[in-house]
Design a protein around this ligand. Structure first.
Ligand code: GLU
Length: 475
């Protein structure tokens, strides 16, 4: 048998791909890539009531957007139900499982007794050794695992270390429901085994399941894969992650203007570290990733850190790549800005040439689009409040006075417009800012922008002069 690493991401399609799931997927992806192995994707859709096609699509889209490609076809757990039943039957045949006819009332009574004694519910094994001749007529049984009653179950976890359970605390779990459907516990074991999974990397909310799953593996005589249970992500205040903290779907991060590479970089550091390195290229992440350096305490989600990292990735991105990235978010945020994908070629060209100035200051693509407002704003520009405040009558008169100077320029370049504006300011005994600020307000609708003469060059002569005429006012 080949010993190549096989990992898997196994989401339940009951909602979007949330940030914790994305991190689990990333860790599985990195581990597989690090060891030249494969990462498989299994959609755990056995819960027919709660699984939806919309959630499946959101998970696949989210993974594609994050650049987490899986190997082979997507595996759907529900499609494998016959195989799960077959394995349950084989456990019955080998004596490692049995039919249980306990009624809902009996189980409720066990639950009640456990509650009264302040201990977790434990099935009392009443059908474990009972003669099936006593089976009540007309009742469909469940199939339960005949779990060991003494000794220990041990999980040598790649993150949590050696974790031990007393078998007397683990009851005989249900493998197959009375309607013939497998439980999650059985389906996961059978699928991981059949898919050749060597490493199970998932949230530590599954740690107790690992003990129960180990018992199923043992009953089947199968090797238990290496387990690695990652601490969950908490909010910045240490509480369990909620929407308020950033527990959003990956699609929401896309729409907020985060770059997939930046989000990946942020997620890899949520719970995993490599010295004090914060910024990783994909190649660096892959070659440094291991299970040993995953911490044992919950990582805290920090929006400000994500923003800063995203700003860094924006600054380091190619200009054309940023224009492409802007285009991908236009379907969600473009409408309110009067923009749609695909970008018209002339706007694309303007955005590309303005990008070196724009990308210096933006932390998200949304900020980038907003700071590029002057490039796509329809005339007359909607001035923001500060710009409006700046354009006093006096300032508007200055615009009127400089217009003919600019109109007469033989050449429209940053050097030419700068020379003309400086010369005009000197001649009128004004500081450069007293002319430049009204120009900026009229040309961009804002009081901050990339360097003014670059703005004029990108807008071009006709558009620049038209915007100045819109705001100029002769006295
Ligand atoms: N489907 C489970 C979940 O989404 C994960 C199961 C597993 O990784 O074993 O929580």
């Amino acid at each position: 048998m080949s010993s190549a690493v096989v990992t898997r991401f196994a989401p339940s399609p009951t909602g979007y791909l949330h940030i914790g799931g994305a991190r689990t997927a990333l860790f599985n992806w990195l581990y597989a890539r690090r060891f030249g192995g494969r990462m498989l994707l299994r959609i755990e859709d056995t819960d027919r009531e709660r699984s939806t096609q919309g959630a499946i699509d959101a998970i696949l889209d989210g993974m594609r957007w994050l650049g987490l490609d899986w190997d082979g076809d997507v595996i759907y757990q529900y499609a494998r139900a016959a195989r799960h039943r077959e394995v349950a039957e084989s456990l019955l045949a080998s004596g490692n499982a049995y039919h249980c006819y306990a009624t809902p009332e009996e189980l409720a009574a066990m639950r009640e007794a456990a509650r009264a004694e302040g201990r977790p519910m434990r099935y009392d094994g009443r059908w474990r050794d009972r003669d099936l001749a006593e089976a009540p007529a007309g009742i469909k049984p469940v199939i339960r695992l005949r779990a060991p009653t003494d000794g220990e179950t041990v999980v040598d976890d790649g993150v949590q270390g050696r974790v031990t359970w007393q078998n007397r605390d683990l009851d005989d779990l249900v493998l197959l429901r009375s309607d013939g459907n497998p439980t999650y516990m059985l389906a996961v074991v059978v699928d991981d085994h059949d898919m050749g999974v060597t490493h199970v990397i998932r949230g530590d909310d599954h740690l107790t399941n690992a003990a129960r799953q180990s018992q199923i593996y043992q009953a089947l005589g199968w090797d238990v894969p290496t387990m690695a249970h990652i601490p969950l992500i908490h909010g910045s205040d240490g509480a369990k992650l909620s929407k308020r903290h950033g527990a959003l779907g990956v699609d929401a991060y896309r729409d907020l203007g985060y770059l997939p590479a930046a989000l990946r970089n942020y997620l890899v550091r949520l719970g995993w570290s490599h010295g004090d390195q914060e910024v990783f290229s994909t190649g660096e992440m892959i070659s440094a990733f291991d299970l040993k350096s995953i911490g044992r305490s919950p990582a805290r989600f920090d929006f400000a850190k994500l923003e800063n990292l995203n700003g860094l990735y924006i600054r380091n991105s190619q200009d054309t790549a940023l224009v492409d990235a802007i285009e991908t978010v236009l379907p969600t945020i473009g409408a309110e800005r009067g923009l749609a994908a695909p970008l018209p070629p002339d706007l694309r060209a303007k955005l590309t040439s303005a990008m070196p100035g724009l990308k210096e200051r933006a932390k998200t693509l949304v900020e980038l689009i907003d700071s590029a407002y002057y490039l796509y704003a329809p005339r007359p520009l909607a001035l923001d409040e500060k710009a409006l405040g700046l354009l006093s009558n006096e300032a508007r008169a200055r615009l009127a006075a400089i217009l003919p100077v600019l109109e007469a320029l033989p050449e429209w370049s940053p050097a030419a417009t700068e020379g003309a504006v400086r010369h005009f300011a000197e001649g009128a005994a004004l500081k450069l800012g007293q002319v430049a600020q009204p120009l900026r307000a009229a040309l961009t609708g804002r009081t901050t922008s990339p360097p003014l003469f670059d703005v004029m060059a990108v807008l071009g002569r006709d558009e620049s002069l038209a915007r100045l005429r819109d705001q100029a006012q002769s006295t």
